[in-house]
Design a protein around this ligand. Structure first.
Ligand SMILES: NC(=O)c1ccc[n+]([C@@H]2O[C@H](COP(=O)([O-])OP(=O)(O)OC[C@H]3O[C@@H](n4cnc5c(N)ncnc54)[C@H](OP(=O)(O)O)[C@@H]3O)[C@@H](O)[C@H]2O)c1
Length: 272
């Protein structure tokens, strides 16, 4: 339950999100997260913290092959030349010979997706990237990616108890791909959610833990919450020792499911 099996790898369902963690705060947060058991880290070129993420990984002392690190290409660097340049910088910042998972952060209609994925796939074959994926893709974009025949393993999108991703999830599951839930706490809005708090009381868990447990208890769903403090990171990690029952699931299913908190007008595709 704690992992998603992809080929001969096990990807931890719970990752640590690093957006808005910068400088030493990011180094310390990544190191502490790894020390308390996180093995999956989520960064991006756009976050400006790949070097700090890499430094936190190094300081943790955990062998590189025991960590799974995702980074993402911003839509302005999706041409073959830009991708090669960006990836070589990311590798340098991450202090690593390879990236576990490279995502296209947002689709870019003005650069042919086929060329972008083709270059990413070459880098995979060269051993610089282990897995490829996308982020903020709708089904139409995913279908275009699928036509290339280049294997992608995940679509990272906003997903939490207040936003349905049923359509996307079933598309991904049909193809044995997983969904990585970003902003899994609805950017903190679920922390004091009364229904989740009530459900949590029954299991001796907080609303936050219920929100994350609800995600990772689903087939083919991973989640990457961000937390700036040791206490929050620890709580978020402590979600694999309880199970929501059918009544809990029913109550969560009845929450409003159209609350999207991340959108980039002009860049975002038409959401499913
Ligand atoms: N692919 C994309 O386009 C995309 C977009 C957005 C995010 N992401 C990824 O997803 C990650 C998470 O998303 P997010 O940062 O937007 O939102 P989030 O994880 O849903 O929420 C983060 C907020 O919740 C608070 N929080 C976390 N754990 C808590 C706890 N146990 N108790 C109380 N408060 C808690 C955090 O507090 P603090 O302020 O103290 O940290 C922060 O304010 C990002 O870091 C990034 O890696 C990807």
């Amino acid at each position: 339950m704690n992992y998603i099996a992809v080929q001969d790898s096990r990807i931890p369902k719970l990752g640590f999100g690093t957006y808005r963690l910068n400088g030493n705060q990011c180094v310390d947060a990544v190191r502490d997260a790894i020390e308390m058991g996180y093995r999956h880290l989520d960064t991006a070129v756009m976050y400006g913290n790949e070097a700090e993420t890499g430094e936190g990984m190094r300081q943790s002392g955990v062998p590189r092959h025991d960590l799974f690190v995702t980074t993402k290409l911003w839509p302005d660097s999706l041409t073959p030349v830009s991708i090669r340049k960006t990836v070589s910088e990311s590798l340098k910042y991450l202090k690593s010979d390879y990236i576990d998972l490279l995502l296209i952060h947002w689709p870019n209609p003005s650069i042919p997706l086929e060329d972008t994925l083709g270059t990413m796939d070459q880098l995979r074959q060269e051993g610089k990237i282990r897995f490829l994926g996308v982020s903020n893709f709708n089904i139409a974009w995913l279908e275009r990616a699928e036509k290339t025949g280049i294997p992608i393993i995940t679509n990272q999108v906003e997903y939490h108890a207040l936003l349905s991703q049923d359509k996307l999830l079933s598309w991904l599951r049909d193809r044995n791909m997983f969904l990585t839930a970003y902003s899994p706490l609805a950017k903190g809005r679920l922390v004091y959610h009364p229904v989740l708090q009530e459900i949590g009381k029954k299991h001796n868990k907080s609303a936050t833990q219920v929100a994350l447990g609800w995600l990772v208890q689903q087939d083919g769903v991973a989640a990457v919450p961000k937390a700036s403090t040791d206490e929050k990171r620890r709580k978020n990690f402590n979600i694999f020792d309880f199970e929501l029952d059918p009544e809990d699931l029913e109550r969560i299913a009845l929450l409003e499911k159209d609350q999207r908190f991340v959108d980039l007008p002009g860049i975002a595709p038409e959401w499913d």
